[in-house]
Write a protein that binds this ligand. Sequence first.
Ligand code: GAP
Length: 527
Amino acid sequence: METLAALCKRRGFIFQSSEIYGGINGFWDYGPLGAELKRNVRGLWWREMTREREDVVGLDATIIMHPSIWKASGHLDTFADPMVDCKSCKSRWRADQIAEEQGKKIEIEITEDGKKHYKMPAGVKCPKCGSANFTEVRPFNLMFATHVGPIESDDNKAYLRPETAQAIFVQFKNVLDTSRQKVPFGICQIGKAFRNEVTPRNYTFRSREFEQMELQFFIRPDEAVELICGHVAQLTPDTDLSEPHADWGWEIWHKYWVEKRLAWYRSIGLPKASLVEYWQAKDELAHYARACVDIQFAFPFGIQELEGIAARSDYDLTQHHIHSGKSQEVFDDELKAAVAKLDDAARTAFADKVAADWQAAGKSPEAAHTFCAKLFDGRYIPHDIEPSAGVDRLVLALLSDAYCEEKIADDKGKEETRVVMRFNPKVAPIKLAIFPLLKNRPELVAKAREIYLSLRSRWNVFYDESGAIGRRYRRQDEIGTPFGVTVDFQTLEDNTVTWRDRDTMKQERVAISELATRLQNAETGKQ
Ligand code: GAP
């Protein structure tokens, strides 16, 4: 990580925020190349998640929202990490992290109101001074607070959003009413989120300000699927996940999104072997989640979460339905039409079966009857599948996966180390570097500039005329530019250039008229 961080600083991918004032812990800035890399990541996600789908639309909401949202979502009461102070050296830690690093687990007791109480297991020592003399473990709310308007009082306290998701839930009805979508459909968003992490660590991996790419995909409750289709399809190893089907329940939708997201990570260059699909155990799940899969990546500091894909049931929309007093129910005409075909006895039998299922799952049978009465009227609160990814974590994964050192022989046969960032061309900050062989030959410079200007409106290309050509290649290798072209004297005669491939270092003559097609093919993976 140190080598990578040094390269990121040296070449302008990532800088410490506010560096000239000594930096600020947990905040990072992206330099010219990092900004391009990030833009590519966001663009690819946006294209995959909404532009290329008819059933997902986008949203761009504010960072500060009505504070009641965080009460309704549970963040105000429960979005906390267990914090502990060492009484000997006064250092502050995340209790769960230091316990885990020492092979122990902190004990968590959740009271009826959802609040967590923690206990540090015996034997855990302060990582700094070795003392076992800690304060009580206490929850530390991760939300950054601020005040809206000129008066600093509790009445105008507000929070920087700790996730982008809640904005999607609270705009659900507006989007539904304006976008001509019907359940199942999704709303996606990319934007900043803020968490006052107790111990930001591992470079940008755990930051206090970061960016999320989230989709909330709203689906029918399984009971509505059953009424419409007569059954709910079961997830088996043979389930065909290529195209959604009307009879899918939440389990298949959840698995569908896990597969989709894994395929996307592979499509932008992360090797299959470095991705792990981790299914959270029941006791690890957030209280609203029915299932959650973490897509993890083998970072240099260990295998860690890149994205979480949670089946959040109808928890969030129900919370906002209750707290805002505004209905979050949808009317489903297919459901209404399906129910119209059932006689009273069939409806009663259906409701009794649902009540029995709910009771077996520890839920109230009375609530099941109320829910079924709504279903019979064609109404329900949609359930939600949420793939939630971090832009910064993905950028870090791409950087660490791309970094490569190899031994090669220079022009004189002497061994040297070549540092190459093997980015997939889709994410590479610069797609093509254009070099005149000699900078003091105006005809070569003019031709190289002409190529550069003809390509730059479509791709991020880079013109470089300074230094020996070998050094210019190396500079581009180190920032991951997949291709380079050199304009030489032959170019002036036959309009061909030398095309150099970053990974193989092979060179070939290519017509200038072919460059755009080559770049396009590289981006679409055609090569
Ligand atoms: N809406 C669900 C949600 O926010 P999460 O697992 O807390 O779930 C989702 O966060 C993703 O956001 C994570 O998988 C990670 O990529 C990113 N993320 C969360 N906290 C982060 C942090 N402190 N620094 C960088 N990225 C973070």
